[in-house]
Structure formats: C-alpha cells, structure tokens
Design a protein around this ligand. Structure first.
Ligand SMILES: Nc1ncnc2c1ncn2[C@@H]1O[C@H](COP(=O)(O)OP(=O)(O)OP(=O)(O)O)[C@@H](O)[C@H]1O
Ligand SMILES: Nc1ncnc2c1ncn2[C@@H]1O[C@H](COP(=O)(O)OP(=O)(O)OP(=O)(O)O)[C@@H](O)[C@H]1O
Lengths: 217, 217
C-alpha cells in the first residue's frame, strides 16, 4: 500500500487524508493547529502538529521517502508557494498542491509541482454541467468535447423496456456503458437488458445529445 | 436553452456562471461587489450588483421564474442559510447551494434546498483516489463500491497491442469502455482495436483491480 503525506487539514486536506486512510494507505498528516491534529489522529497513521515551513522538521520525518505529498493549505498563497518550493528542494517525488487562483497555480507549475488542484473551479464546472443536464444526473465526466459520460437515474419512460427497444444508439447516438441496480453493476449490458425502476444508467454521448434525450422524456 | 441565476461570484460561483454561459444558457449573476459584477458582465447574460438578502430585489428580477438558482456564497453561513430560506419562500423551483460544513448542509436539507455541494470535500476524495491509482489517471468516477470508471493514459506496455491480446477482462476484470485518440473517441472498442502511444483509455473495474493493473506495469 502507498505512503502519503497531507499538509494542512482544511476541508480539502482532511478529505484527502481520510479518503487515503479509508483506502488502506499509510497517511502522515501535518498541521500547525493542535486541535485539528487531535481530531484526525485516530483516523490516520500519524498526525503531527508542526509548521510545514520548518525545513528541519520536514527532514526529520524523511518526507522525501513518501510516494507523494499533498499540500492542502492554500489560504496564505505565500506559505503555500514556499512550502511547495521547500518540498521540491528536499527531493519529494510527487507533489499535489491546491491553488487559490490561476496565477498562483501558474507559479506552482513553474516551480515543478506535479499536479495542481482548483477544487472550487472544478466543482463549479461539474455542477454547472450536471445542473443543465437533468436533476437525475448523479455524476459526470467529460471525455472529449463530443463525448461525456454521465450517471443518470433511469427515467420512468424507460422502465420495463429493453435496451434494444429503446434503441438509443440509433435514435440519439447514446450508448449505455453500464447499468447499476443498487450496488450490482452490469458492464456493457446487452440489447436484452431490461431497465428497472431505480436503475442507474451509465451513458456516453455528446452533451447536446444527452440533453436532447432528457428533453424528449 | 435554460435560464439560471448564480448568487455569489467566489471561485465556485464564477466557475458555475461561466460554464453555464459557455454551454449557451441564459445566466443572471448577482453579487454585492461592484468589481466582481463588472469583471464578469461580458461573459454572462446579465450581471447585477445587489444584496441577495434583499427580498424586494429578488422579486423584482422574478427569481422564481428561473429553472434553477445556484447559491455560491458560503463564507457567511448565516447569510447563506437565510438566502436559501428566502429563495424557498419565493417559490424558486430548484436550488443548488454550496455548504461550508456537514452541519451547515444538514440545515439546508431541512429547509428544502434540492442539491447541496461540498466542493472541497468532494475534490479531496477525487484527488485521493486518483493519486493512489496512478499519475496517469486523468479523471475518476465511482459507480459503486466495486466499480470505478477511470480515464487513464495508455501505459507504454500496451502500445501496439490489440485489446484481445491484452485480454484485460479475463486477466484482471477490467473492461475498456472507450478509447480516445486526441478528440476522437471510439466507444466500446472491439478486440481488434490497437492501442497507440498517447491513447487515453476509459476503463471500468474495481478499485483493487485497477490498482493491481497499474502495479503490474
Ligand atoms: N505553515 C503551516 N504548517 C502547517 N499547517 C498549516 C500551515 N498553514 C496553514 N496550515 C493549516 O492548513 C489548514 C488549511 O488551511 P487553509 O486556511 O489554507 O485552508 P483552506 O485552503 O481555506 O481550506 P479548505 O478550503 O480546504 O477548507 C489549517 O488547518 C491550517 O492550520
Ligand atoms: N449577501 C450577498 N449578496 C450578494 N453577494 C454576496 C453576498 N454575500 C457574499 N456575496 C458575494 O459572494 C461571493 C462569494 O463569497 P464567499 O466569500 O462566500 O465565497 P467563498 O465561498 O469563499 O468562495 P469560493 O467559491 O471562492 O470558495 C463574493 O463575491 C461576495 O461578494
């Protein structure tokens, strides 16, 4: 299993740390707030109260030996940039950092941060797209300008029909990649698959066609 | 096309507004900061400087006639909750709101907000999962505890082989749902599909199997 460091326990950092832990990985979290460190201590491998700008401290935990470090403190752009520069200098193998703005992110790219995250920007795009599709859309991945994968709750009109009867590919250029009943998933369901009430369909098509589909119904 | 209102032009709100606009929908944005309103004015249908807690104002723009309202101001939990309550009372059809914390979100659910967004929490989960998979993972959707869809850059070892040769389904229970060369996407590629350098594969499998796959290579 992997070994990761998360610096900063804001909402983003805490979520990264808890998710990594729940997936079975080893997680060291660092935060300058005693309270935050105490709160998460039972849920991660190690939680240490420290200032991430302290080079001595980072060396003492052998930070370069980890698979990756996630820099999740972003309110102070200065502190974020300096910590990232320090990690780079210490030879950390892979750095993921949250950025406050596009300009901040550009600086991080220049200093060699491997992956830059803009949580609010990215979620804004996802939410906007999901909102315009349907209130049935549960998740959304854009594969290309012409292809989007969506998870959509099966509309009432589809219930009881087979995929062959619906003939989505011919009628509106949409393919059903998978169908989910509860936690049970059928990958690449055949034409004989019957849609039940409550099914979740994983569909691929263009944004325009997916929107047309749900305007028809 | 749809008609939407976005209240609050933080990073999340601005991203929602710009994305909705770029998708061709009508967008009214409301923010109490003159500067923010000016900055976005050319990119949306209408941008108005106003305080969203002002009921008179909301009635004057006929806010209940819109398809949905996105409440993207979340720094003041109090203001966020009160604006949401006001929108509900004014008969807004569908409300999406950003929440600061789980407790805040719980209140919003109780007052009838339709969809609650936790951008930092959700992105934290996505980033953690993508991080542990591979630095090749471009995007990630969890369909069920046993099925995840990932977009992954084709590893060197796959280049020049056909899907039949790789036999991923038999060897590690992974199906390739689509393959992308640049913007060109092949949905449900057949066994004869040859993987090129630079291809992006859209694969489905369990978290464990997808991780095993990329540990083998
Ligand atoms: N130099 C530092 N060393 C260690 N921890 C730090 C340092 N600076 C800030 N932190 C911690 O980082 C955490 C996140 O801080 P910050 O205010 O930057 O979050 P944020 O970007 O607003 O978070 P989010 O939006 O994810 O909730 C806080 O818990 C804070 O104590
Ligand atoms: N009562 C209000 N009426 C209108 N606009 C408001 C009101 N209160 C806050 N805003 C605006 O909402 C925007 C977002 O504010 P807020 O500080 O809540 O964002 P945030 O949640 O930190 O944003 P981000 O999406 O960047 O994380 C600001 O531009 C602010 O001017």
């Amino acid at each position: 299993m992997g070994q990761y460091v998360v610096i900063g326990l804001g909402r983003f950092g805490e979520s990264v740390a808890r998710t990594l832990s729940s997936l079975g990985h080893e997680v060291l979290v660092i935060d300058k707030s005693e309270e935050k460190v105490q709160e998460i201590a039972d849920f991660v491998t190690t939680a240490i109260k420290a200032d991430a700008q302290n080079e001595e401290f980072l060396r003492s935990v052998d930070i370069a030996s980890y698979d990756a470090v996630v820099v999740a403190m972003a309110q102070s752009v200065e502190a974020n940039i300096l910590v990232n520069m320090l990690l780079k200098d210490l030879g950390v193998k892979y750095i993921v950092a949250k950025a406050q703005s596009k300009l901040h992110g550009e600086v991080l790219e220049k200093i060699g941060v491997n992956k830059i995250i803009y949580p609010e920007w990215d979620m804004g795009e996802r939410v906007a797209r999901a909102l315009t599709m349907s209130h049935n859309i549960l998740d959304y991945v854009e594969i290309s300008p012409e292809h989007t994968i969506v998870e959509i709750a099966a509309p009432e009109e589809f219930v009881g029909k087979t995929l062959r009867q619906l003939d989505l590919r011919a009628r509106c250029n949409i393919s059903i990649l998978a169908a989910k009943k509860g936690d049970n998933v059928v990958v690449a369901p055949g034409g004989e698959y019957i849609i039940d009430r409550g099914d979740i369909l994983v569909a691929i098509g263009s944004y325009r066609d997916l929107r047309k589909l749900e305007n028809k119904i």
